[in-house]
Design a protein around this ligand. Structure first.
Ligand code: 6PG
Length: 251
């Protein structure tokens, strides 16, 4: 399938959350079957996740049909402030989603590799229950200052992995410098719609490198069964990006 991608520019981080939620809700509304969403960690999505637990978005999400996964996590307990899974559970999952629809990375295993193997089993079991080749309907991702996405850091074996779906990452290249567990590019690509969420002037430099074609993990991630959407706020737009769709959401 030819790779399809687009750039959507919104005014600011609040508008980014609104636009991403609108896109997520619209995608869910098109589906009558069970839906799989892979969440991203980091700080950018926190506001968006909190909004999911509030009107109007809480009413627009078909919670009984959505299964929630995580693209990567820090190898820390959920109650650690660094935990992506813990953050998503606190922001909306525990309040809104059925407990058996929440499929987080178990970071209580003996090692990142052990957590990775465990989560890969969960993902492969999940795929076995879906029709077609896509594991997810929507994957949310961010971009780090070095061009990483999930916990796939430039030059790392994890970023080069071609077979495994989930890997342990013993050393992070950027803060927080804790071991990680990450889905790999082959796994993340098994999706109908991939949405990158980027906000703030601090993203401009790395996005210029990503959109220049530099071989960075964030530049290599794409939706193999649909569209890769880059959602940027105005402050994050680099000089070499022309938005293919400018939705100036209010806010
Ligand atoms: C993580 C994330 C990571 C994040 C980027 C952007 O575990 O840190 O999964 O890939 O998405 O680093 O983070 P911000 O949204 O905080 O800029």
């Amino acid at each position: 399938m030819p790779r399809k991608s687009s750039v959507i520019v919104v005014n600011d981080v609040s508008a980014l959350a609104e636009a991403a939620l609108a896109r997520l809700a619209d995608q869910m509304a098109k589906l009558e079957r069970e839906i799989a969403v892979c969440l991203t960690g980091g700080t950018t999505p926190k506001h968006m996740y909190a909004m999911m637990a509030q009107p109007p978005w809480r009413e627009r999400i078909p919670w009984g049909r959505v299964h929630w996964f995580m693209g990567d996590d820090r190898f820390v307990p959920y109650n650690d402030p660094l935990s992506n899974c813990g953050m998503a559970k606190r922001q909306f999952l525990d309040a809104c989603a059925p407990a058996d629809h929440i499929h987080m990375i178990d970071t209580d295993k003996g090692s990142p590799d052990g957590s990775a193997a465990d989560y890969e089993r969960i993902l492969r079991n999940h795929l076995a229950q879906r029709d077609g080749p896509s594991l997810f309907d929507v994957v949310l991702l961010g971009v780090g200052p070095d061009g990483h996405t999930a916990s796939l850091f430039p030059g790392s074996s994890a970023a080069r992995e071609t077979e495994r779906w989930v890997v342990g990452v013993p050393q992070a290249a950027v803060a927080p410098f804790v071991p990680r567990v990450s889905l790999t590019l082959p796994c993340l690509s098994l999706v109908h719609e991939m949405i990158f969420l980027c906000a703030g002037a601090e993203k401009k430099a790395i996005l210029e490198r990503v959109f220049s074609g530099e071989d960075l993990p964030a530049a290599r991630a794409f939706a193999s069964a649909g569209e890769t959407i880059w959602m940027l706020d105005l402050a994050a737009v680099p000089p070499n990006v022309r938005s293919t769709a400018t939705d100036r959401h209010p806010g």
